[in-house]
Design a protein around this ligand. Structure first.
Ligand SMILES: [Zn+2]
Ligand SMILES: [Zn+2]
Length: 275
């Protein structure tokens, strides 16, 4: 069984309001595209910061610009008008765990995708708030990123750890630390091993400047040794990107001896053979 859980019903651009995109006809386009690609388990995980309620958690300028829609209307739409799994992509904002937990616990999810897009006020994957313009060394940025990733896993607030090495997003167009990167991955491993959170294998990186799967195979191997299962997703923002690059992802999993994927319902996890 193939999954695509980290999926958005719309691009991240402005003018992509709920009235046009969080509607049954659009969800149906995604369901059809998934069926064509043999993806049975399809779920949606809109960015939490597109919803007004996220401003109770954090008030970053990007969130203030984006927070327009109603979170409860989104959950009700997915439950009542689609047959898709109900997810959310929730940022880990250190120091705001209680506020985010309150937002998440009040609603009925099939799974929660946990992401890090910011370190402090600086973004890893958005050139508007680029962390690489802040004068920090790659060693410092990568250290802080993987320490934060371990903290995110340790909170237990999330079911899936999204795009786990998104710090590499810009590839060769930004500074990069030298040598064996496992010294950074190690920083996240205690937190990851503690909760055995599902690790996302995301093909989104293939469509970004880095041009590689998230995470690096060496990172994934360390997570597998820690006993974590794999959650497979494309992070599509349009139907055409569903299952994008899955041949590459499945080849990697096969090479690592992974024959099962994490499947979620009502925040319960089970494993299903890839087949
Ligand atoms: Zn993300
Ligand atoms: Zn996403």
């Amino acid at each position: 069984m193939l999954t695509d859980y980290h999926v958005h019903l719309r691009p991240d651009d402005p003018d992509t309001g709920a009235d046009r995109y969080l509607v049954a006809a659009n969800a149906e386009r995604y369901r059809l595209a998934a069926s064509e690609r043999g993806i049975e388990e399809l779920g949606i995980s809109e960015h939490v910061y597109r919803f007004a309620q996220a401003l109770d958690v954090w008030q970053h300028p990007l969130w203030r610009d984006a927070a327009r829609d109603d979170l409860d209307a989104y959950v009700a739409f997915l439950r009542d008008e689609t047959d898709l799994k109900v997810g959310i992509e929730a940022d880990f904002v250190p120091g705001r765990e209680d506020r985010m937990a309150k937002l998440l616990d009040a609603r009925d999810w099939d799974y929660v995708v946990g992401s890090i897009h910011f370190l402090g006020d600086f973004a890893l994957d958005h050139d508007g708030y680029d962390i690489w313009g802040a004068g920090q060394s790659p060693e410092a940025v990568w250290r802080r990123y993987f320490e934060t990733l371990g903290e995110a896993a340790r909170t237990g607030m999330f079911d899936i750890l999204a795009h786990p090495d998104i710090v590499k997003y810009w590839g060769a167009t930004r500074p990069h630390p030298p040598g064996d990167l496992r010294r950074f991955y190690e920083l996240a491993m205690d937190g990851i091993a503690e909760t055995r959170i599902a690790i996302e294998l995301s093909t989104a990186g293939l469509r970004k400047p880095v041009g590689a799967l998230y995470p690096d195979p060496a990172f994934l191997e360390m997570c597998l040794q820690a006993g974590c299962p794999v959650a497979l997703s494309s992070d599509a923002h349009v139907p055409g990107d569903l299952g994008h690059g899955y041949d590459r992802a499945l080849e990697l999993l096969d090479g690592l001896g992974v024959g099962e994927l994490a499947v979620f319902a009502g925040r319960e996890r089970r494993l299903e053979p890839i087949g």
